[in-house]
Design a protein around this ligand. Structure first.
Ligand SMILES: [Zn+2]
Length: 507
């Protein structure tokens, strides 16, 4: 079974067949860099980073382009408000975006072209559209005539007649109410730096044409996957298709993949936009604030735990529940490190050539049931990913497999046993687990040590509690011992009794 992809264009799952066998071109609409990134900006990059890693694993050569929109009305207005130049602001926000991407370990993007560096290509496409009488100039602006493109509306399933209600202030200058701007005439009060030369006078490109120009330049007339949030289907993606297909006469992107939107759900905030508490909560939701509070891997795990087409419910409770899920895996790694005195991360690093053949064969272990658990894990993982990149299903396979490895450790009593061959099996199985997770960008690095801002004070206090609990247990005061453990559990602190002493962890 090959990969199937849900295509917004056909509204069904289709077998994935790239234009050029063995190669995949992906274009994802990137950010308009006028304000700090929001958690929603991370969703597409996290999903497509996982998709790219998986496609590469499947043997494809993938070229993934994410554009930066650095010419835009909102950007001009915001820069003026802040008293800085448009490109100063764009550069600052782009740097902010990139640093968030790197904290999330999104490091598989091949190219991030900027709109401002592609004005020549954009003007070239508009000129071709004008020559075909599909675009027309009007008062220094240039519009796309939607009535000239018979396929208009095929992505969003809208018909032109349905769009009559969209008449806006500018419509006096348009032939049809649904026509959209390809080029916008410069306004007197705008800074010179955003006034670009064109055959229609000084101005700047519309948003939609930027993506048509940059995707064509880097991926060709027809490419494989175009991605973006559901909110971009109309008008942005519909307009990209119209522009590109009108110019080339060829299909634009073969598969349209749209991710669900982030829903912010917090009990603390009311429904009113005007509510200051709501505003405060939303402003807290910048990616960097989130990354200050939570590790990048947790945010990635949180996003990938939902199939990408579904809405993502963001709430602190959701993130906390994902933290516990991820901690299950970290505990297995710690356990292995303690038992085998070796890191599954390091072991996986030395097998970087994970390919379908190697992983498909399962973990190279002596124990029969562990071997078959690893084969089952791979089969479920690959089945989920092949089915429209269902990362949630892939993660479910990881949970099952981690359970199997833990059971093996218990069966073989590895916490106390000296069996080298069983220990080696446990290490190999866990290394295999790390390699599977890495196919969707998990477990690339060992988790950052819990940062303590209290100079080890918590550690000291915890050691006191552990010592007191040991003392009361020795005195057979189990009631008090249990009380200590229960109260710590309420505070989300877990005590683990081991042969060599008691350890504690958060969560
Ligand atoms: Zn776009």
């Amino acid at each position: 079974m090959g990969i199937v992809v849900y295509n917004t264009l056909s509204r069904k799952k289709e077998p994935f067949n790239p234009v050029t066998p063995g190669k995949v071109g992906i274009y994802l609409c990137g950010p308009t860099v006028y304000k700090p990134s929001h958690v929603g900006h991370a969703v597409g990059p996290i999903i497509f980073d996982a998709i790219k890693r998986y496609l590469v694993f499947r043997g494809y050569e993938v070229n993934w382009v994410v554009n930066i929109t650095d010419v835009d009305d909102k950007l001009i207005i915001e820069a003026e408000k802040q008293g800085v130049s448009t490109f100063e602001l764009a550069e600052r926000i782009t740097a902010d975006y990139l640093s968030a991407m790197s904290k999330l370990r999104i490091d598989t993007i091949d190219l991030m072209p900027k709109a401002s560096e592609h004005i020549g290509e954009i003007v070239g496409i508009i000129k071709q559209l004008e020559a075909k009488d599909i675009a027309y100039a009007s008062g220094g602006d240039v519009y796309f005539d939607v009535s000239k493109h018979s396929d208009y509306g095929k992505l969003s399933n809208r018909r032109l007649e349905d769009q009559e209600g969209q008449r806006d202030l500018q419509s006096a200058e348009k032939r049809n109410p649904g026509d959209f701007a390809l080029w916008k005439a410069a306004k007197d009060d705008e800074p010179d730096e955003v006034k670009f030369d064109s055959p229609w006078g000084k101005g700047r490109p519309g948003w939609h044409i930027e993506c048509s120009a940059m995707s064509q330049q880097y991926l060709g007339d027809t490419f494989d996957i175009h991605g973006g949030g559901l909110d971009l289907i109309f008008p942005h993606h519909e307009n990209e298709i119209a522009q590109s297909e009108a110019v080339t006469g060829k299909p634009f992107a073969n598969y349209w993949m749209h991710n669900g939107l982030t829903k912010i759900n917090t009990k603390k905030i009311s429904k009113s936009d005007a509510d200051p508490e709501m505003r405060a909560a939303l402003s807290k939701m910048t990616l960097h604030n989130l990354l200050d509070e939570y590790p990048g891997e947790l945010i990635r795990f949180f996003i990938l735990s939902t199939q990408y087409r579904r809405p993502i419910e963001y709430s602190e409770a959701e993130i906390e529940s994902k933290r516990k899920g991820l901690a299950t895996f970290y505990r297995l790694f710690e356990r292995i490190e303690r038992i085998c005195e070796a890191s599954a991360y390091v072991a996986a690093d030395s097998h970087p050539d994970a390919n379908a053949d190697r992983l498909g064969a399962g973990a190279n272990v002596q124990d029969g049931s562990l071997a078959s658990a690893s084969q089952d894990a791979f089969a479920s993982f690959a089945r989920a990913m092949d089915d429209d990149f269902n990362t949630a299903g892939a993660i479910a396979a990881l949970f099952d497999y981690a359970g199997a490895v833990n059971r093996f450790i218990e069966q073989e009593k590895l916490d106390t046993s000296d069996s080298d061959s069983a220990k080696n099996d446990a290490l190999v199985a866990t290394t295999y687990f790390v390699s599977l997770g890495r196919l969707i960008g998990l477990f690339l690095d060992p988790p950052a040590p819990q940062t303590t801002s209290d100079d080890g004070l918590t550690d000291d206090i915890m050691q006191i509690l552990i010592d007191v609990r040991q003392r009361v247990r020795k005195n057979k005061d189990f009631e008090t011992a249990d009380l200590i453990r229960d109260r710590l559990t309420e505070a989300e602190i877990t005590l683990e009794d081991r042969p060599d002493g008691t350890i504690w962890r958060k969560g």
